[in-house]
Design a protein around this ligand. Structure first.
Ligand code: SF4
Length: 214
């Protein structure tokens, strides 16, 4: 069984509740969306096929048991759920970052799912599979990438139409740099007393001039 891999690299987890931890990233090729602010366009087509064994051989050079499956959109490849289960069986803690347009129910329940809900500023909000809000486990996380006030209001509406406070999973808000200042987003969150977590992309602060492998 093969997967098309864009890159595998070892870095610091830049987002999510795992931010700051060393992590191995497996970036899969392909995405079904075309977000206006996408910073991984190089993953739409580029990549090479690797077997599950070759992936494990590659991972063995790193002494780290935290792995994130990312993309592109990792659930565009049929073999991704199998890879995730194999990683978990080998003792890895596995995160998947997914764009929210695919059914997350096909992923091993032991995998920690970070689900992006696309806001209007992405140009892809109509592709959200909002049924995923009913498929979340307690260890999962919900993420909104916000470009402006309209996106912020959209995110608020999605959360509040789904859940009362306290939310069943952590909700993460991040501003798209340079479209929205993190401080402005922080002010909106404080004004609304919204129990969400403001996050910045740590890897972009650490390595501002590197697009790939970080
Ligand atoms: S889902 Fe992610 S990889 Fe795909 S276009 Fe949007 S930002 Fe880019």
């Amino acid at each position: 069984m093969n997967l098309k891999i864009n890159e595998i690299f070892y870095s610091i987890q830049g987002e999510s509740l795992y931010a700051g931890l060393p992590c191995i990233f497996i970036r899969l090729t392909g995405c079904n969306l075309r977000c206006s602010y996408c910073d991984t366009r190089y993953a739409y087509e580029e990549g090479h096929f690797m077997s599950i064994k070759e992936i494990f051989d590659h991972l063995s050079q790193y002494h780290c048991n935290l792995v994130e499956i990312t993309g592109g959109e990792p659930l565009c490849q049929n073999a991704t759920p199998f890879l995730i289960t194999q990683l978990i069986e080998k003792g890895y803690t596995v995160l998947i970052e997914t764009n929210g347009s695919k059914d997350i129910g096909i992923v091993d329940s032991r995998c920690i799912k970070i689900i992006d809900i696309k806001c209007p500023g992405s140009g892809e909000s109509r592709k959200n599979d909002l049924e995923n809000l009913n498929r979340l486990s307690i260890s999962d996380q919900l993420k909104f990438i916000i470009t402006d006030k309209q996106d912020y209001e959209y995110a608020k509406k999605i959360i509040h139409s789904a859940w009362p406070v306290p939310y069943p999973v952590p909700v993460l808000f991040s501003a798209v740099d340079p479209l929205l200042d993190h401080a402005i987003l922080a002010e909106w969150i404080l004004a609304d007393n919204l129990p969400v977590r403001l996050q910045v992309q740590l890897h972009k602060i650490l390595w501002p001039n590197e697009d790939k492998g970080r």
